[in-house]
Write a protein that binds this ligand. Sequence first.
Ligand code: NDP
Length: 482
Amino acid sequence: MEPILNYINGEFLPSTSGRTMETVNPANGQPITTLPRSSADDVELATAAAHEATPSWSATTMEERITWLHRIADALEEEAETIAQLESMDTGKPISLARRVDAARSVSNFRFFADFGKSHTEPTFADHGAVNHVHRSPIGCVGLITPWNLPLYLLTWKVAPALLMGNTIVAKPSELTPMTANHLAKILTSINFPKGVFNLVHGLGPEVGQAIVEHPEIRGISFTGGTATGKIVAATAAPMFKKLSLELGGKNATIVLDDAPLEDVMDGIVRASFTNSGQVCLCGSRVLVDASIYDRFKAMFVEAVNTIRVGDPTLEATVMGSVISKDHQTKVESYIELGRQEGGVVLTGGTAAESPVDDVPSEGAFLRPTVIEGLSYTARTATEEIFGPVVTLHSFNSEQEAIDMANATQYGLAGSVWTADTERGHAFAQRMDTGIVWVNTWLNRDLRTPFGGVKQSGVGREGGTWSLNFFSELTNICVQQP
Ligand code: NDP
């Protein structure tokens, strides 16, 4: 495939140093192509381009920007199959998942924010003979930094509202998954999107990501990634008083109450556990089950997990592909071993050596979905983010114990509760220290709702009005008749 280049001021450019690196297909270990290993110099170029484009882009009307968002959505939709193929190749996820989730959601992110912008009105407040008008301005140039698990899905979730509110962009996708961001840049060129408004700099986090966060002309940072990186980003951006949105890691609890109709909810719980090989920040990696139904649940869960078809991501029938890299496979396997050392029993799955996947290249980073029981809910395996196809099972004897267990990690991103009684589920959800709770469903996303975590899962919310708030500055204008 042709090399990936940076996208700066509407042009595809190599890094100023000429350095490159490779992106690899994790399902077969083969290099796909090269990408620039950029530096602060490239970020400087991209920021200068964005800075120059800011006055004209921010002067466009909301209606004009809405039209652009629809044009981008149309062009992405036409290219949906290419997007899905590229995403599957770059991440090792099954093609069916890349079509259904990644390609589809990238389109709907633009459509949603276009429609949301159209319907959005600002409030006015009248009092003491004066009227207060809320006025929004763009922040200016914003930096968008995104991870490898849902590459274009998460990038477009930030790009669409940033553009809608009149900002210009310097973006950095994960160096492990640059393909679809590059394709978005090609699409923008093909529809004559204004130059310099969207800029893409490829490279390593500590080099390019850090330079974006440090750049004084980049006034807002929307970051999605791990908690450890989020701490570095926050420490850099906070003294510069930048607007900062942090969407970080999670160790989400799936709670199965004693009245849960197991036959009906099992599919949803398995999906919450292992979608995208467990590499969704919202996946439920700790399953807490009422002790009175634990044995029945365990038998049904393991049976259902064993039907997940793991293998070649290009095959339509594959449900679970590889994990993101051999390095990540090694990390996940080290947690499986740690789980054993901590007293856990592997019920199904395990390391690649003990539970190999058939008919995949040995260079591929494949693991079977793994279920571990017998661990304390405070064990490292049960509290640290593994971000792979590993789930731990725990039992509880009361609702209070379930709440205590659910809240016993540093994270607070998401969770789900499964019960026949939706009022009970709703009440239970309110006691969880977390940003999102689903009752009898999972990853059911209405893009108008606030998305984000508490504790070490992040700061701030994105989605609907919360995205508009992040990507704009608010001025209250109080007008009194003379
Ligand atoms: P990382 O934190 O390693 O990386 C995220 C992004 O930050 C990448 O583009 C990375 O570049 C970049 N980066 C790394 N170091 C720096 C730095 N010093 N300054 C600025 N940017 C930097 O996360 P992963 O890519 O490994 O993604 C997995 C993590 O993301 C998990 O913890 C997961 O829970 C979380 N996540 C959270 C979501 C949420 O909405 N809360 C959604 C999806 C994932 P590079 O790749 O080159 O290192």
